[in-house]
Design a protein around this ligand. Structure first.
Ligand code: PMV
Length: 361
């Protein structure tokens, strides 16, 4: 028995012998944040994100059918061409979680080769793009086994599997905007997978830009797994989950109307609240760096002086995502180059924008 019988997959006697399948899947940046979960990977509140375009993981899955079903999973992992044994435990536990939904896993040996478009250890979470890419590749194999699966079933199950690898990864399968977690005002929303934002978005968001300032590339002192856990018994947890629910309702209207002032208010408040939750956990911790705060103050000053719609958001780290409409691109990039690059480690930043999700390559 599985928790989600709708994603179970019937066993078949004839399996493809061998082959290779590849896909690319992007990272995403949450506007309303997911922070706090219940087993297994069920979010305490709904979250909503922009799917990105440039920050991507490309994964190829070489599969070879074994003569008999193995007792364990058989896979090798190559990251940017080199063996990566330290990623193996994460994939091992991912396979264990998804085996009930992909019963062929122990009938193959796999070689998983993966690479990122963004610099290694840039502090950009590779789990969203990496896990969504792997889930999508496995679904390409599932589709060879069960060719009748529809496109929407394919995407839904890819997101469902990606979630079991890393929560936020489920929001990377589709784009440009996805919602994960049950919310009364988001049609067909689910805790088990992400759905595309169901309404027509205002055209300003169709080409929204995200320039990621790489503030600190060091290892995070506290992983997001530990951070999520610290929301259990957190003194502000209940209020925080309610606030996130309320912010999704607000953002829903904003995404339809194109009201950028309200967009900025919700998005920046969400970023600071996420970090406020970290600072008020027990044990407490801080992932922002002095340069993160300097950039935030610069952005506020720039907005005040120019009337720009530039705003920031943060994920679980020190890097700053700068969000702005495409029409402001030239001015904002000038501002970044003249005023903000000084706060970036080795002057590095990545120009990204809203994108459409995973695809076969
Ligand atoms: O998917 P995880 O477990 O790495 O958690 C991600 C949490 C945040 O990036 C901080 C917020 C989010 O919704 O993406």
């Amino acid at each position: 028995m599985t928790d989600y019988p709708e994603f179970a997959s019937p066993k078949v006697s004839e399996l493809p012998k061998e082959g290779i399948l590849s896909c690319a899947s992007p990272s995403n940046i949450a506007l309303v944040k997911y922070w706090g979960k219940r087993p297994v990977q069920i979010p305490e509140n709904a979250s909503i994100s922009f799917t990105l375009e440039a920050c991507r993981t490309t994964t190829s899955l070489k599969y070879k059918k074994l003569d008999k079903i193995s007792d364990d999973f058989n896979f090798e992992l190559l990251f940017e061409g080199k063996p990566k044994p330290d990623f193996k435990p994460k994939i091992q536990s991912f396979f264990t979680r998804i085996e009930a939904y992909l019963p062929f896993l122990k009938q193959y040996s796999f070689e998983i080769e993966t690479s990122n478009t963004f610099p290694h250890s840039s502090g950009i979470a590779s789990s969203a793009s990496g896990m969504s890419a792997l889930a999508y590749c496995l679904m390409l194999l599932e589709k060879q086994i069960h060719p009748n699966i529809t496109d929407s079933e394919f995407l839904q199950k890819s997101s469902f599997l990606a979630r079991l690898g890393s929560g936020s990864a489920c929001r990377s399968i589709e784009g440009p905007i996805t919602v994960w977690g049950v919310h009364d005002e988001i049609e067909a929303s689910s805790d088990a997978y992400a759905v595309k934002f169901p309404d027509k978005i205002h055209q300003v968001f169709e080409t929204y830009q995200d320039t990621i300032l790489l503030i600190d590339k060091g290892e995070k002192q506290v992983s997001s797994t530990v951070g999520h856990d610290l929301m259990h018994g957190h003194p502000f947890a209940i209020k925080r989950f309610e606030q996130a629910t309320h912010n999704i309702s607000k953002l829903k209207d904003v995404l339809i109307s194109g009201d950028l002032k309200s967009f900025i208010e919700v998005v920046e408040s969400e970023a600071l609240t996420l970090h406020a939750m970290m600072m008020t956990s027990l044990p407490y911790f801080i992932l922002m760096k002095p340069n993160t705060l300097s950039v935030i103050n610069k952005v506020w000053q720039y907005r005040k002086e120019t009337g720009s719609n530039l705003c920031f958001t943060l994920d679980a780290g020190a890097n700053v995502h700068l969000l702005y409409p495409d029409v402001e691109k030239d001015q904002v990039l000038d501002f970044i180059k003249s005023e903000l690059v000084a706060y970036c480690q080795n002057g590095q930043y990545i120009c990204d924008k809203i994108g459409l999700g995973a695809k076969k390559v």
